[in-house]
Design a protein around this ligand. Sequence first.
Ligand SMILES: [Zn+2]
Ligand SMILES: [Zn+2]
Length: 331
Amino acid sequence: MANRFMRSLLVAAAIGIPVALLAQVPADTPQVKALVDSALRAAGPEWKEAATFFCSTEDQVNAMKILPSATVNDLEGQRAEPMKVFDNLYFVGQKAVTTWAITTPDGIILIDAGYAARVDDTLVAGMRKVGLDPANIKLALIAHGHDDHFGGAKTLHDRFGTRIGMSAQDWDFIQPKPGQASEGPIPARDLVLEEGRAVMLGGTSVTPVLIPGHTPGSMGFIFPVKDGARTYTAGLFGGTVLNPARRLPIANFQEYLRSVDHWRDVTGRAKVEVELMNHPIMDGLFVKLATLKSRKPGAPHPLVIGTASFQRLALAQSDCMKAQIARRGAG
Ligand SMILES: [Zn+2]
Ligand SMILES: [Zn+2]
């Protein structure tokens, strides 16, 4: 018991949870504990923080104050340096919510458009800072239909003629429901993205993978990134983390678990070895970007983690989701 408590304190210290909050968390059943242990084993040292987050209880998630609802108006606290990450990939966004810009000879593909209110001060300003012209944004592929990802899409379309792509399910999902205010400016229905059907621009293909759960039509994307003479395959999981603080029906968690396993399968077969997210709050992105900034010529690229490591993260995510489902008594 004392051991377990000490271990909780260490985990709390590692991810910055106030220790007092842990005392309120009910003890996990042996079944849940075994799943969490399995997730942490799969995660290994490099994904420990991510797995701890994926396996968090509702109280622990709330204490972290890192969810979009807690960050939406925190412009200064969320400010992140835009940067070139690969020869054809740029990070432009905020700490908790990112936009990725893929450059091609025929224009730019964005993955996500960020909040509507952040188009000028974050997206457009960030792109200009790294030498990209927002007028060249030909496509914005929206990973899922929440306004921290699609909010800027209508402005991009109106201003730059950007084509907007989303899954059929999430095009439906973002339409205002009777009696409910819409989440953000709704772009006109445009490109419908389909599982496995690559979107092409300037010789670059971006392949969508359907991963519902967080929304009915969340998507991940697989695409090539270039570093000098080398080309690697990147996988961007766009369905974020389904954490217990959202209090979604258990069916969403079960659907999300199937999606995580589907993602593991597809990215394994595609030999994905670069890990990206649209909520990089748990994957150590900013540590890797800092390493990249001071990288010596010829040194390995810090975002190229290899296929085994990529798969271990996905496995940890899967085990944590099983633990979340078991905590809800539906394991
Ligand atoms: Zn979301
Ligand atoms: Zn989001």
